[in-house]
Design a protein around this ligand. Structure first.
Ligand SMILES: NC(=O)c1ccc[n+]([C@@H]2O[C@H](COP(=O)([O-])OP(=O)(O)OC[C@H]3O[C@@H](n4cnc5c(N)ncnc54)[C@H](OP(=O)(O)O)[C@@H]3O)[C@@H](O)[C@H]2O)c1
Length: 232
């Protein structure tokens, strides 16, 4: 798909992977609505910053209304990127954090995708990209709930792909390894660092996936830093 003039929604656009993706989509001529709880630091004539908690169904509906009021209804790209993680021993994980992770990482994909799918079906085109994680392919000690959410992303993404392909709608899932973003700000055991991937590299992969031929569907894309411990 040529991204020029396409309308895209990027969730979690205020920082990290979402910010880099919104920026690259704008460079490629797409009109972008960025949905986050805080404002997205991008000034661009075809960018709309929307304040919304994507784990809240009502706020997502309001974000969608603001987006179609500005750009119209023909949304062809949805990047379900908003997400967060907390580390903890399984049995002592705070209940609120458990629910926050599932609301933000999983419920949001349902709330956002169900609003754009009817129009994508009527256009017989569209591309939804869900951001899972390496944590969606393996268990990690101290990260059970986060891994649970990202495995859920994998299961629902595969089901969405099988359900929507006959409507001409693509669903792709990206599984990044460690990426140098604000994700690790709440972690004690690890700090973001230069041996991690750069968010702009993930953004580039997302755009490459979007730019594929209409009959070519990358379903699962796992990306990792080449040397996560640095040069030996
Ligand atoms: N960094 C990694 O190593 C890594 C690896 C694999 C997968 N991922 C995944 O990549 C995605 C992006 O994370 P990141 O690494 O870019 O982290 P980040 O720098 O912390 O960015 C997370 C983004 O999500 C937004 N967000 C969080 N909760 C939200 C909510 N309830 N509603 C709306 N927006 C919300 C944040 O904005 P506000 O705070 O303004 O709401 C922020 O823009 C996440 O799904 C994460 O799980 C990250």
């Amino acid at each position: 798909m040529n991204l020029q003039d396409k309308i895209a929604i990027v969730t979690g656009s205020s920082k990290g992977i979402g910010l880099a993706t919104a920026r690259l989509l704008l460079e490629k001529g797409a009109k972008v609505a960025g949905w986050s709880r805080s404002a997205t630091p991008l000034e661009h004539e075809i960018f709309l910053s929307v304040i919304a908690d994507v784990g809240d169904a009502q706020q997502v509906k309001e974000a969608y209304s603001q987006t179609i009021e500005r750009f119209g209804q023909e949304i062809t790209i949805l990047i379900n990127n908003a997400g967060l993680g907390f580390e903890s021993d399984f049995e002592s994980l705070d209940e609120d954090k458990w629910h926050l992770m599932f609301r933000t990482n999983v419920d949001s994909i349902f709330y956002c995708s169900r609003l754009v799918i009817p129009q994508m079906k009527s256009m017989q085109k569209g591309h939804i990209v869900n951001i899972s994680s390496i944590a969606g392919t393996n268990g990690i000690a101290g990260m059970a709930a986060y891994c649970g959410t990202k495995h859920a992303v994998r299961g629902l993404s595969h089901s969405m792909f099988k359900e929507l392909r006959n409507w001409g709608i693509k669903v792709s899932t990206i599984y990044p390894g460690s990426t140098n973003t604000h994700f690790f700000d709440v972690f004690d055991s690890i700090e973001a660092n230069d041996n991690m991937m750069r968010p702009e590299d993930i953004a580039q992969t997302i755009c490459q996936v979007l730019e594929t031929h209409h009959n070519y569907l990358p379903v699962d894309i796992e990306v990792r830093p080449l040397q996560p411990k640095g040069k030996q």
